[in-house]
Design a protein around this ligand. Structure first.
Ligand code: CTP
Ligand code: CA
Length: 228
């Protein structure tokens, strides 16, 4: 078994990963969401478990099996994801935010299906911004004291390096990971850009599990010794 041969670089660590999209209900039959297969976050959860960590995976709606040995917490909306993260994060020493969280949710979800009213005019929806789960965790006392190592992802359509550098500082995380390549949604392969305080480094194109293992190795080099 592959897991047996992975170096146990995260032994003693508790890793919390978010993955997949969130789904924000408009009414009982509709909602808004983001493109995200969840594959990268699931691969990271698997790789962290292989590396000896105790792993919890908080995920939005995805069609993926739970990686072996990983505890899965299933959520739907950004608010649910935030609540699940808050319930788990105090026990974690590493937080990896790989989820594609919807930035906005309908201001109020209708309890009943919104019907066409015959006028030919669409309904007007108003939105409110969702909480920034990663920024909230990164601003916590434990993260600031270095007891919780936070890793963010950046979904950008252009100028990845510039945006990723700015996003790393804005989120207050030591490590930010950019997806290189225009159409990585749902693919099994990707390439990554790792951004830290020293600058950018590309992790060349490969299967998501291979990239996840390299990311886990990068995290392990940066985290303090496991909490006793
Ligand atoms: N993130 C989060 N909560 C949100 C939005 C984003 O935790 N409400 C996390 C994502 O999981 C990712 C990182 O923040 O790790 C960056 O997400 P991204 O969508 O690229 O950045 P935003 O800050 O939302 O900025 P924008 O979408 O405007 O580029
Ligand atoms: Ca966003």
């Amino acid at each position: 078994l592959v897991a047996h041969f992975q170096p146990k670089v995260l032994m003693g660590h508790r890793v919390l990963v978010t993955a997949g999209p969130t789904f924000e209900a408009i009414d009982p039959v509709r909602g808004i969401t983001n493109h995200s297969s969840g594959k990268m976050g699931f691969a990271i959860a698997r790789a962290a478990h292989e590396a000896g960590a105790e792993v919890t995976l908080v995920c939005g709606p995805v069609h993926l099996p739970t990686p072996w040995g990983v505890r899965r917490v299933q959520v739907e909306s950004a608010l649910q994801m935030q609540a699940a993260v808050q319930a788990e994060v105090d026990r974690a020493s590493v937080f990896v935010a790989a989820a594609a969280v919807a930035d906005w949710r309908p201001a109020q979800a209708s309890a009943q299906k919104i019907k066409k009213d015959g006028s030919g005019l669409p309904p007007t929806l108003s939105f409110v911004e969702n909480p920034d789960i990663l920024a909230g965790v990164a601003a916590s006392d434990r993260a600031r004291r270095g007891e919780l190592f936070c890793v963010g992802f950046a979904a950008e359509s252009h100028d990845l390096e510039t945006h990723a550098q700015a996003k790393r500082l804005r989120k207050g995380v030591p490590l930010l990971v950019g997806n290189i390549g225009p159409t990585t949604f749902g693919q099994d392969h990707n390439a990554l850009l790792l951004v830290d305080e020293h600058g950018c480094r590309a992790v060349p194109h490969g299967p998501k599990l291979a990239l996840a293992r390299q990311l886990v190795a990068e995290i392990a080099r940066r985290v303090a010794a496991p909490p006793v």
